[in-house]
Design a binder for this molecule. Structure first.
Ligand SMILES: Cc1ncc(COP(=O)(O)O)c(C=O)c1O
Length: 379
């Protein structure tokens, strides 16, 4: 068993360290050969063009910008997501429209989203929560019927299959995060995958302050000394240091994938027999879980449960406080029935490839005990 249990962890080895050292020794940390190679390898992985950026939030922001989302537009997005989804929308001057969730998958509730359509709705952002995917076919049909762009927030879902197809290998625009604790990491980082050549071309400029053609110049070892800039751009490109880590992680992805899937299967099997808690029903041969979330019974005091677990050396988390309740987004007046019902019951247990099955067994036995002592009636 591990000595210190962590909720999530950046899991890297000697190969990543060697790859970083190689870039350090070369002494070029900008966007060059490593990023170009990482993009090519990701493009082979997905079977279509991948463009790397500085993080997953930037991937979403630039994808929305390239899809033409602008001030006054509305984007449908589930309220239970990392605040990055919402901020990427407001960063474009658009309004995130908080939607309810499907209680089984914690992904966007399309029926609720449908009710929130207006003439200003220009896009939908399905979030592949915890690595799982809702009914994407229905979402794509809904988007087609209503002329919406689809920006998939696939930050949690690197490697997940939907109906035998890799997330990112099909659809409109998919965005991934490679931050330190994701299914693969490049330290920080992210990528956008799409077939839409205009989108990719725009993002290649947007990520380098809007300097036209600078991606091509940098990949051939040069710079644009006589540039033109026609759009708002950002300094959101990936560095060779990050790409060096990402390339090793991608090459070893099968190991990361199998560890996460095996650990989640173990959790699923053990949680089934623990009273007052249930696991969400994913097929862990298809889903590559980024986090492992359980649902606790109504009579459990979650705060107390978290404290009891902490005393046993088990960190637990809450992913995520609904964004419509956050002051900045100014949507506290709306009511999202399922979101409000489920949010107080979700709890995230430790998951990362450095955990062992023995760790999961330990966590579950302590969880069972803690649940008994966290019943509200026992206060
Ligand atoms: C659902 C979701 N979307 C977007 C992001 C943003 O990714 P990053 O942290 O790389 O900016 C995250 C990161 O945790 C996330 O969980």
């Amino acid at each position: 068993m591990n000595n210190e249990l962590r909720l999530s962890k950046s899991c890297i080895g000697e190969e990543e360290k060697k790859a970083v050292k190689k870039v350090l020794d070369i002494g070029f940390f900008g966007m060059g050969k490593e990023v170009k190679d990482f993009e090519n390898e990701l493009s082979n992985f997905f079977g279509r063009r991948a463009t790397c950026v500085v993080n997953g939030t930037a991937a979403l922001q630039l994808a929305l910008q390239a899809a033409g989302i602008e001030r006054g537009d509305e984007v449908l997005v589930q309220s239970i997501t990392y605040v990055a989804s919402f901020q990427s929308i407001t960063a474009n001057g658009a309004k995130p429209i908080a939607c309810d969730i499907d209680s089984d998958s914690l992904t966007i509730d399309l029926e609720d989203a449908r009710k929130r359509l207006t003439s200003k709705t220009k896009a939908i952002m399905p979030v592949h929560y915890a690595g799982g995917v809702g009914n994407l076919d229905d979402i794509y049909k809904f988007a087609k019927d209503n002329n919406l762009r689809i920006i998939e927030d696939a930050a949690h879902a690197f490697g997940t299959l939907y109906k035998d197809n890799l997330i990112g290998s099909f659809g409109d625009i998919s965005c991934f995060s490679f931050d330190g604790i994701k299914n693969i990491t490049s330290g920080e980082g992210g990528c956008i995958v799409s077939d839409d050549e205009d989108v990719i071309k725009s993002i290649q400029d947007f990520r380098l302050l809007g300097v036209q053609g600078d991606t091509h110049k940098r990949f051939s070892g040069g710079r644009s000394w006589d540039p033109d800039v026609k759009n708002q751009g950002w300094r959101y490109h990936m560095s060779d240091l990050m790409a060096a880590i990402g390339r090793v992680q991608l090459a070893n992805f099968n190991y990361h994938k199998k560890s996460r899937q095996d650990l989640a299967k173990k959790y699923f099997e053990l949680v089934k027999s623990i009273p007052s808690v249930s696991a969400f029903n994913h097929n862990y041969d298809e889903v590559v879980p980024h986090i492992f979330v359980v649902k606790i019974a109504e009579n459990i005091d979650r705060k107390k449960l978290i404290e009891l677990l902490k005393k046993e050396g088990i960190p637990a988390g809450i992913h995520y406080k609904p964004n419509h309740t956050l002051s900045f987004f100014n949507q506290t007046h709306i009511s999202l029935k399922k979101t409000e019902e489920i949010f107080p019951k979700i709890l995230t247990l430790p998951l990362h490839p450095d955990l062992t099955k023995e760790d999961i067994t330990y966590i579950c036995s302590k969880l069972e005990e803690a649940l008994k002592n966290a019943k509200e009636s026992s206060n």
